[in-house]
Design a protein around this ligand. Structure first.
Ligand code: CTP
Ligand code: MG
Length: 235
């Protein structure tokens, strides 16, 4: 099965305070986005890779993210106004002959080969699969005026992560339909769910966090230190 990865990395990173956009922020010396791409490459389940970057950042990404780490991609394409538009820009460049499309946030550098393998296998079988974690907080559904509307039963709630993997035709249909109907979502699974297609949940790892706020940088540092200690004791 040929797997094409689309990595949306075209966001402004506005919730991380800093002088450089979060894609380029070094995590123990390696830029966040380079770490994400290295992690995908390490899985060996990804055959083609399409990187989506902020418009105008194509050359900077090649020079600062790809070249220094020996990374190659099939395409570097400019993204759109929101995440959905960026994934769609990537979708337009996928080969018509790819079997599966894996979408993985550029801001999730800690994804591991076993989790990638599990979600790709699940999608090959089910057509659609997403990595997710059971939530540990009790979640409140809010009314627009800031009062609690209801409390869904926690045992049934999962927090969606990426990768999210789909049969290529299914993801294309989902995006085209959402686009036509003016539906916007922060994840691809929601677009596929709207078609009525079932989506499998694949348990992920807490460390597969999305670097979203400045506080996440400290967590990222801890994860990298823990990994270093793991390698030392293994060696
Ligand atoms: N993304 C994208 N195109 C956009 C917006 C977001 O490709 N127009 C990507 C981001 O680069 C990130 C992923 O979607 O890899 C998840 O988005 P998020 O964590 O919200 O990142 P940003 O949008 O960059 O950050 P912020 O919302 O704080 O500005
Ligand atoms: Mg955003």
């Amino acid at each position: 099965m040929h797997v094409t990865a689309i990595v949306p990395a075209a966001g402004g990173g506005t919730r991380v305070a800093g002088l450089v956009p979060k894609q380029y922020l070094p995590l123990a010396g390696i830029p966040l986005l380079a770490r994400t791409l290295l992690a995908l490459q390490a899985s060996r389940r990804v055959d083609s890779l399409i990187l989506v970057v902020p418009p105008g950042h194509e050359e900077r990404c090649r020079a600062e993210i790809l070249a220094p780490f020996g990374l190659t991609t099939d395409e570097v394409v400019p993204g759109g106004e929101d995440r959905q538009a960026s994934v769609y820009a990537g979708l337009l460049r996928t080969s018509p002959s790819t079997d599966l499309i894996l979408v993985h946030d550029g801001a999730r550098p800690f994804i591991t080969p076993p989790v990638i393998q599990a979600v790709v296998d699940a999608a090959a079988e089910a057509g659609a699969a997403v990595v997710a974690m059971p939530v540990t907080d009790t979640i409140k559904l809010a009314r627009p005026d800031g009062w609690v509307a209801e409390t869904p039963e926690r045992g049934r709630l999962w927090a969606a992560q990426t990768p999210q993997v789909f049969h290529a035709g299914l993801l294309r249909e989902a995006h085209i339909r959402a686009q036509a109907e003016g539906f916007r979502s922060t994840d691809d699974s929601a677009l596929v769910e709207r078609l009525g297609h079932p989506v499998r949940l694949v348990p992920g790892l807490a460390e597969n966090l999305k670097i979203t706020t400045t506080a996440d940088l400290a967590l990222a540092d801890q994860i990298l230190r823990a990994r270093d200690r793991g390698t030392e004791s293994a060696g």
